[in-house]
Design a protein around this ligand. Structure first.
Ligand code: SF4
Length: 308
C-alpha cells in the first residue's frame, strides 16, 4: 500500500494532517499551516556541516539540507529565522532534491542530513528513494524535533539510515508553555519508538562512522534540570546503549526571546555550566556509555548556520 493510500487522501497537503498538530490546513496555492509551510518543498540552505556528532559523516562532514517551516515551533528556537517560509529559499521537486543530495556527496559529504523535513514528508521521501536509485550510497540522516506522527514516519521506512530526533520535554506543562504542545512527550515517545523500529541498534563501521541507528538529542534548557533528568531516565531505561544520547549545551537566548516581554524569564539567560555538568554526571551514573556531551563554549550564535 502506498503512503497516499495509507493516509486515505488524494493530496496529503490538503487537508494536511502530516504532523501531530493535525491542523487540517489547505497548503495549496501558497496557503500555509501551523508549520508555516505551503506545499512547495522549500530549502533555505544546503551546506557541508562539520558540527554534528563526531560519528556522523566522517571527515567530509554531513551534507545538511535545512528545510523551511517547522511543526513544533518552540518559542526559543535556535533556527527561528527559518521556521516559516522566508521568501529566500529554493523550491525543489523530487528530482531536483535528489540531485541536491548527490551534489553534496560529490562535494565530500559522508552523509545526507535532512534537517526538519517532516512537513514535506511525501516529497522528501520520494527524493530519497530517487537519490538511492541514482546511486546515493552514504547514510541518510533524518534530523527532526521528535514531535512526529507515526503514520508519516512510516513513509520513510527503509529510506532513513539514521534518525537524529530531539527529545525535548518531559512535563506537559513545560511543553505547553514552550511549544504549545502539551502532548509532546507521549507523542514524541511513540515517534522515537517507530524510528528505533526502523533502524534498530546503532551500527558503526571500522572507522567509527555510524551507518545505522539512532542518536537522540536533548538540548538542556536553563531552569529545567529536573525535566532533563526525566528525559534521560526514560531514554536509558527504554533503549540503553543500543542508541546514542547527545546532551547539548548550546542553548542561546535568541534576540526574539530577549525582546519578548512575555517570554519566560529562565529562557532569557544562558545555561549554567554547573547544571549542565550535573546532568552529564547524572547520565554517566545511569550507566549510559554511548553518549556525547558538548563543550560549554558551544553556546552562542556561532553554532547557528548563516541562513538565507
Ligand atoms: S504539517 Fe503543518 S499543515 Fe500539516 S498538520 Fe502539521 S502543522 Fe498542520
Amino acid at each position: 500500500m502506498s503512503f497516499m493510500e495509507s493516509l486515505n487522501v488524494t493530496d496529503p497537503y490538503s487537508p494536511c494532517n502530516l504532523c501531530p498538530r493535525r491542523c487540517g490546513a489547505d497548503r495549496t496555492h501558497g496557503r500555509t499551516g501551523f508549520c508555516g509551510a505551503d506545499a512547495k518543498t522549500t530549502v533555505n540552505l544546503s551546506m557541508i556541516h562539520k558540527g554534528e556528532e563526531p560519528v556522523l559523516g566522517g571527515a567530509g562532514g554531513c551534507g545538511a539540507v535545512f528545510f523551511e517551516g517547522c511543526s513544533l515551533r518552540c518559542i526559543f528556537c535556535q533556527n527561528h529565522r527559518i521556521t516559516k517560509i522566508t521568501g529566500k529559499g529554493t523550491v525543489y521537486d523530487e528530482n531536483g532534491l535528489a540531485d541536491l543530495f548527490l551534489e553534496l556527496v560529490s562535494e565530500g559529504a559522508g552523509a545526507v542530513d535532512l534537517v526538519t523535513p517532516m512537513h514535506f514528508a511525501p516529497a522528501v521521501a520520494g527524493a530519497v528513494r530517487l537519490a538511492k536509485e541514482k546511486g546515493l550510497s552514504v547514510p541518510v540522516i533524518c534530523n527532526c524535533s521528535g514531535y512526529e506522527s507515526v503514520s508519516t514516519l512510516k513513509l520513510f521506512d527503509g529510506l532513513i539510515d539514521i534518525y537524529l530526533p530531539d527529545l525535548k520535554y518531559y512535563s506537559g506543562k513545560t511543553s505547553a508553555k514552550y511549544a504549545n504542545a502539551p502532548d509532546y512527550f507521549a507523542t514524541a515517545a511513540m515517534a522515537v519508538d517507530e524510528m528505533y523500529r526502523q533502524t534498530g541498534c546503532a551500527v558503526l563501521d571500522e572507522k567509527g562512522i555510524m551507518r545505522r541507528g539512532m542518536i537522540v538529542r536533548h538540548l538542556m534548557l536553563p531552569g529545567n534540570l529536573f525535566d532533563s533528568k526525566h528525559i534521560l531516565d526514560y531514554l536509558v531505561s527504554r533503549y540503553g546503549n543500543s542508541i546514542y544520547i547527545s546532551l547539548m549545551s548550546q542553548y542561546t537566548p535568541m534576540p526574539h526571546i530577549l525582546s519578548n516581554e512575555k517570554a519566560p524569564a529562565e529562557l532569557k539567560r544562558p545555561l549554567s555550566r554547573e547544571n549542565y555538568d550535573k546532568l552529564c554526571d547524572y547520565l554517566a551514573d545511569l550507566g549510559q556509555t554511548n553518549a556525547f556531551v558538548q563543550e560549554m563554549s558551544s553556546s552562542g550564535s556561532l553554532m547557528i548556520p548563516a541562513f538565507n
